[in-house]
Design a protein around this ligand. Sequence first.
Ligand code: SAH
Length: 209
Amino acid sequence: MVERLREHYGIRDRRVLDVMLTLPRHLFVPEALESRAYGDHALPIAANQTISQPFIVARMTELLELEGTERVLEIGAGSGYQTAVLAKLAAQVYAIERIAELARQAQARIRSLDIHNATVKCFDGTLGWSAHAPYDRILVAAGAPEVPEPLLTQLKVGGCLVIPVGDTRESQHLVRAIRTEDNYEFEDHGACAFVPLIGHYGWSPESKG
Ligand code: SAH
């Protein structure tokens, strides 16, 4: 899996590759799919959600350019795999998941791996998590109609946010927003497809787009 990330997808951040080499991804997927855990694809998890494709986890993490000292906010913890990757590369991870069952399972998996610098809570992540703001980095793992305002506000100057943004619920572009002294810079990092970000500053639960 990791060789493919390096050779085929051109992931260059050595620390990201090393963490993904050692982290047991099969512990984050349903038992029946364990044999496919190291394949190059997203997989279904509970509650109709997905564990992201390894490439997209690697790419988003690489875009955050983590050095180990950062406080990171993650929206859409899902299985907790991305949360665990971030916890290995940053100082502290605050993760939010809107589905209670997934949040509980993600937190339990992370603890079982002896990772103690990541907390998973259940609520609407489009509001951010003001108690621990501002953040050096923010990663959103679900597709948004636009960048939620509270997340931009909770980002430190000099910090960055990576988020899939798209006009429909089905497809997005990976956007990196960097907060400068008095503004934000936005970069486009290519097409991607995530499950929708549902919440106050995301998609509504019913509407189709
Ligand atoms: N990186 C995760 C991806 C999970 S899929 C993994 O690899 O397992 C995206 C997740 O975002 C889903 O679990 C979904 O329930 C969650 N989500 C969607 N909208 C959300 C919101 N407003 N706040 C928190 N989580 C949200």
